[in-house]
Design a protein around this ligand. Structure first.
Ligand code: SF4
Length: 501
């Protein structure tokens, strides 16, 4: 047994840099993504630099911290810190991360606070050498996993569920198993959503939970057919010139070493349940999921929305970025001209420098600025991908009216969000979700639009090219594919607990 003091995790000694306590008014009124993962096996190439670019492409999946771990022979090198990928790394730091293989992570915290000690990859020491792990998703049985570890004399040092997976793998390795068997044993204990990349001195692993709730894809470097890449999304393959090979299957483990790639179905068969919100909003529009272009899917959502709830108007605009393809689709199906009515300031993100109160009052304009000459005197259809709490929508509608729009008809390219997510997406507690407590007419009145309509659940699923049963859509229905333990449910399902009327 390796004592806990041997863990390579920082002892959370940097509590000053806590950035998660944003004022309520400053929180993004959208479900927030919970991490991007990347891994590469490419001896002879600059794996840290390639990982950096992969993480750069996955920045939208998490902006709180970033990290890379490489192996050069049996020597681990790692660097992680709070902030954007471009802030955390520079050429000197990347130069200090030599190796034949690497994994990387961008983080948005849904469990565990936003502190440097929770930045990933998580690193543990084992009898076979060190192991680095990057996780996208959320486990729902962390209480049992903690108890399991504590009963074996192993006390987790951070508040993140990802550490629990790494520690259980460590326990299994130290009990005599090899990397693959130890990882499978650990995954069999985990319940919830997990797409993992794992680096060891002997190779990298890519693993998806039995339902495949979070995405994970496999790519190959075209000039080096023994060089493999795994990533949350295909956009991270594109940026380094890797070719998409296939999705990592739900319940599959890939073991990539000098001997090539080995695919293992580690989990009992389950119906796939990819998060439908990845398709609608989270993943980049230039990414492909299950060989389906997300840009095209989002356009089809807009077309379907026009079929279901068209409205007389002068122009259709989209809320950047994810509302744009749906707005173009809506325009094509309705014949109402598409226009660019909102310009996004791409460089406003989570920052250590908080805006002043006066700047906060300006609200939405820090992120989205309306084009007055496009909007003035126009009846406008605004397409957005979702409404969570309604606070941003209200500010957006006011900004559009201030810019001269005479009518505002909001159309949402997904159904009303009525239930929280437990699988790695931050969607607030149920009482914070506006559609959980208000009718569509009440929401329209609250956000100040002339009319409001949502896409139907059938319309959302029928717009995919895939089997509609292969998606999780629990935040629209409350039908959770992986059972949520009661204690966890109580923390978020305030309505069912009678906390609000
Ligand atoms: S509950 Fe919603 S956000 Fe969470 S995985 Fe399911 S579809 Fe995605």
């Amino acid at each position: 047994m390796i004592p806990d003091s041997d863990l390579r995790l920082d002892p959370c000694a940097d509590p000053v840099r806590v950035i998660s306590a944003l004022p309520d008014s400053d929180r993004v009124d959208k479900p927030e993504e919970a991490c991007g993962v990347f891994g590469i096996y490419a001896p002879g190439q600059e794996v840290a630099k390639l990982t950096y670019f992969g993480l750069y492409a996955l920045q939208h999946r998490g902006q709180e911290s970033a990290g890379i771990a490489t192996f050069q022979g049996r020597q681990l090198h790692e660097h992680r810190d709070m902030g954007l990928v471009s802030h955390v790394f520079n050429p000197e730091i990347l130069q200090g991360l030599p190796g034949e293989l690497a994994i990387g992570h961008t983080r948005y915290s849904t469990t565990g606070s936003s502190r440097r000690c929770n930045a990933q990859p998580v690193i543990v020491d084992t009898r076979l050498g060190q192991l680095a792990l990057a996780h996208n998703g959320n486990l729902v049985n962390t209480t049992q996993l903690r108890e399991y570890l504590v009963a074996r004399g192993c006390e987790p040092t951070t508040t993140i569920d990802s550490e629990l997976i790494a520690l259980i793998i460590r326990e299994e390795v130290n009990s005599g198993k090899d990397w693959v068997d130890a990882t499978i044993s650990a995954c069999l204990l985990c319940v919830g959503a997990f797409s993992l990349t794992i680096a060891t001195p002997d190779g990298i692993m890519a693993i998806r939970d039995p339902y495949g709730i979070r995405p994970l894809v496999l790519g190959i470097m075209p000039d080096h057919t023994s060089h493999y890449v795994v990533a949350s999304e295909t956009c991270a393959l594109d940026i380094i010139g890797a070719d998409y090979e296939r999705d990592v299957k739900p319940g599959e483990l890939l073991w990539i070493t000098a001997d090539g790639i080995r695919a293992i179905d580690w989990a009992p068969k389950a119906a796939p349940k990819l998060c439908i919100f990845e398709m609608i909003y989270f993943a980049r529009p230039d990414s492909w999921v299950h060989e389906e272009s997300l840009y095209s899917y989002r356009m089809r959502l807009g077309k379907q929305l026009a079929i279901e709830s068209c409205q007389d108007a002068d122009i259709v605009i989209g809320v950047p970025d994810s509302g744009i393809p749906a707005a173009i689709g809506f325009s094509e199906a309705s014949g109402i001209p598409y226009a660019e009515g909102l310009i996004k300031n791409r460089y406003v993100g989570r920052t250590f420098i908080q805006p002043t109160q006066e700047m906060r009052e300006a609200g939405i304009r820090m992120k989205l600025n309306p084009l007055k000459d496009v909007l003035k005197g126009k009846r406008v259809i605004v397409i957005d991908d979702s409404i969570v709490r309604g606070t941003t929508s209200r500010k957006l509608v006011k900004a559009l009216r201030d810019a001269g729009a005479t009518e505002i008809h909001m159309r949402i390219s997904s159904p009303p969000v009525t239930h929280p997510c437990f699988y790695g997406i931050d969607t607030d507690t149920q009482d914070q979700l506006i559609a959980a407590t208000k009718s569509v007419a009440e929401i329209a009145a609250q956000i100040g639009v002339d009319t409001l309509a949502y896409l139907s659940w059938d319309g959302m699923l029928s717009a995919t090219n895939q089997n509609p049963n292969n998606f999780c859509s629990a935040c629209f229905t409350g039908d959770y594919p992986v059972e949520i333990p009661d204690g966890l449910k109580k923390s978020k399902l305030m309505l069912e607990m009678g906390a609000i009327n």
